[in-house]
Write a protein that binds this ligand. Structure first.
Ligand SMILES: [Cu+2]
Length: 146
């Protein structure tokens, strides 16, 4: 246990020297539904590391089920949502999940989740990398956090 911890600490120290940028996620927030029981929507920004990555899932232990969605306009101009299986993150690229575009749908939100609290999101990538990030939780009518 101890030697592996030492290696981990050394790796973290090296990463902290600002050499190669690693894959990370920032600016995560979740908008609760106006009506309890409806799904919530989550938004965040993916930042690619030195190699391309593929986001395959985002989960939360305070939501029963989640889906990655994309908002699309149909031929007659109506807005609709489609499920997306995965999202490519280009090396050193930026991919935004934002209102009106790609978003996370969270179903079955635990009632303990209130505006002003945080929801821990787990971002899972195709190479099995996992990144945990706390998302700011806001009420349905609140402005987007800056
Ligand atoms: Cu959706």
């Amino acid at each position: 246990m101890r030697p592996s911890l030492a290696i981990l600490a050394a790796t973290v120290a090296l990463a902290g020297c600002g050499q190669e940028k690693q894959l990370y996620v920032s600016d995560a927030w979740v908008r609760l539904p106006a009506v309890a029981g409806r799904p919530a929507a989550g938004y965040f920004t993916l930042h690619g590391g030195p190699t391309p990555a593929t986001l395959i899932a985002v989960s939360a232990d305070t939501a029963i089920r989640t889906e990655l969605h994309e908002t699309k306009r149909t031929a007659n101009g109506a807005m609709t949502m489609a499920k997306i299986a995965s999202v490519p993150v280009p090396a050193l690229g930026k991919v935004r999940f934002e209102p009106g575009g790609r978003h996370l749908m969270l179903f079955g939100i635990n009632p303990v989740v209130k505006p002003g609290s945080a929801m821990t999101l787990t971002f899972t990538f195709a190479d099995s990398t996992r990144i945990l990030l706390d998302a700011t939780v806001i009420a349905a009518g609140d402005p987007e956090p800056k």
